[in-house]
Design a protein around this ligand. Sequence first.
Ligand code: MN
Ligand code: MN
Length: 301
Amino acid sequence: MEPIDEEAFEKLKLAGRILREVREEIRSIIHEKMPVIEICERAEQLIIEKGAKPAFPCNISINEVAAHYTSPPGDTLTIPEGALVKVDLGAHIDGYVVDTAITVCFNPQYVELVRTAEKALQAAIETIRPGLPTSVLGSVIEQNIKSRGFKPISNLTGHQVGRYVVHAGTSLPNIYYPSIAKLKLGGAYAIEPFVTLPEAAGKVEDGSEVTIFRLLKPKKVGSLEARKLLGYIEENFKTLPFALRWIKNVVPKDHFNKAFHELLKAKAVMGYPVFIEVSKQPVAQAEHTVLVVEDGCVILT
Ligand code: MN
Ligand code: MN
């Protein structure tokens, strides 16, 4: 990953400002019993209205679902009472991606869990400087979470962001993990501690649901509808993740399922299964995208 130039920095900054506004607006309107699809569509619409594009579908992941749920078309899911709700948002301008997440807590029992994710994120951000080994960053996050009596999710990581790529280059574990990787001056990174209860497994596994997809490789596919769908995906999202809600009207309704299945089968597109905490314990997350500068980092979101 090349360090970014001035023009890219301006685009990242603007995308970050837009996404911060959208996040705060969503934080203020989200409530129990609210249809999840309403939140997803509102967030994505706000990103567009403010002049950026969604870098991935709005993720609304509830309780033990740690990540990767967005509403499929016609979703009837609502925010359960007493839920712990992760809202994870991404925006880009000209491919320059920013990524941020909050956890909204409707259960007084989990307030400390949420605060711990936020505090671990803050501690990580205060540690960041050019050349910081990613193993040290992971260690800071892990120790911070454990010192507050909670447990990090060991197999979910932060990541570098690249142009038209959400997970680019270096992974940033939320635990100590031996690695020679270092944070680079001019690099943009998403820092995202995931936290669960001390008695939990502290790991996620793939669930059966898949609601988010992305282009793998433009391939030759047989049917006209599949070709049309693939062309639309390539042109509009490139390699960024997308939701079925965003493409459902590209081909006639009767042909959609068959055409999309054809793309999956040809491995032209891939799906991201939802991530579920192995012991079904609630998970909190906090995330910012930062740019590494000479004397530390700038929070973009
Ligand atoms: Mn995110
Ligand atoms: Mn992220």
